[in-house]
Design a binder for this molecule. Structure first.
Ligand code: RIB
Ligand code: CA
Length: 319
């Protein structure tokens, strides 16, 4: 059984990714760690509880993480996901408590207790991961794989023309994570805006009628759907975190990925938060002879959007 840790800033698209992982029978979510991002860390923790309860399967331990980025003031996105990050539906707060252990300590401990087995799906700013890597690098080298929703991938950013939100919030942390010597796969924002990638209006309406879990997945994204209408001109839904989760849970949805050297821009200038994805044909050069700019991440270039949607709806649908 695969063991995964979800590190999340639980906005509404994170919620769908959490539903997917908890309802996927081939993986065990051994922990959920929360971080500031879409909303503050306390709200992200409440939203993680709400998502866990809505998944209606089992309750993994939840650990509270960083209240703010490594160096910069927190940047949030209530305008995208709602004041509560979950569509402002007035959802009840589940009777759940976070563990007393800090998320950074929990990440290090769980990885040490399961050497070579833990896969981390990071769907928010990676402040917790960077802190863990800086605090106990030898332990964190035991991580099996990191899947990160972050960067514009091979495309543009969504906060600035070059910076995607999860990196823009904490580019210093992203640089630590990208340069850390463990296998990692980056799913950029470009993936969720590929042709056919959005959940279109007709699909939204169909999913609302596919049982309570699927209805929750749509309802909690009501603010994001409104935001998409303003930005893209029609009622539809972009799901960056679920695409990243799909790449981890369902590798058959990944059609093309490349070994890349990723450079994270952390200077205080208009490029802050850009991830320069250097996709050269490393197989055409001897990687071992490369002094600098060696591959440090696989970056996904194409996913099967139809298969993603099919598997997503099967995963969330209840009679
Ligand atoms: O840019 C998209 C990412 O930023 C997603 O993870 C979304 O939840 C926000 O955190
Ligand atoms: Ca997120």
């Amino acid at each position: 059984m695969r063991k995964i840790i979800i590190d999340t800033d639980t906005g509404s698209d994170d919620a769908v990714a959490i539903l997917m992982a908890l309802r996927e029978p081939t993986v065990e979510v051994v922990a959920v760690t929360t971080v500031c991002g879409n909303v503050n860390m306390e709200q992200a923790t409440i939203n993680a509880f709400r998502s866990i309860e809505a998944a209606d399967t089992y309750v993994p331990p939840v650990y509270k993480g960083a209240y703010r980025p490594l160096m910069r003031d927190a940047v949030t996105a209530e305008n995208v996901h709602g004041q509560d990050g979950m569509g402002d539906l007035g959802l009840p707060i589940p009777d759940m408590q976070a563990e007393k252990e800090h998320a950074v300590e929990a990440l290090i401990r769980i990885v040490k207790e399961n050497p070579g087995e833990i896969e981390i799906v990071a769907i928010g700013p990676v402040t917790n991961l960077a802190l863990a890597m800086m605090k106990d690098p030898e332990a964190m080298k035991l991580v099996k794989h990191i899947y990160s929703m972050g960067s514009g991938g091979y495309g543009m950013g969504n906060v600035t023309s070059v910076a995607e939100f999860n990196v823009f919030v904490d580019a210093e942390a992203y640089k630590v994570m990208v340069d850390f010597p463990v296998p990692k796969t980056i799913i950029g924002y470009d993936i969720c805006s590929l042709p056919g990638a959005f959940i279109e209006e007709n699909e939204i309406d169909e999913m609302k009628n596919e049982g309570p879990v699927s209805q929750f997945a749509i309802d909690c994204n009501s603010t994001l759907i409104d935001y998409c209408k303003r930005v893209w001109g029609s009622r539809k839904l972009d799901l960056p975190d679920p695409y990243a989760m799909a790449a981890a849970l369902w590798p058959e949805t990944v059609l093309e990925e490349h070994e890349c050297h990723c450079f994270v821009c952390t200077a205080d200038d208009p490029a802050y938060g850009q991830v320069v994805v250097d996709y050269r044909k490393f197989d055409a050069v001897n990687k071992d002879k490369l002094e600098k700019r060696r591959p440090n991440a696989n970056v996904i270039k194409l996913m099967d959007t139809a298969l993603f949607k099919k598997k997503l709806r099967e995963c969330l649908k209840t009679e």
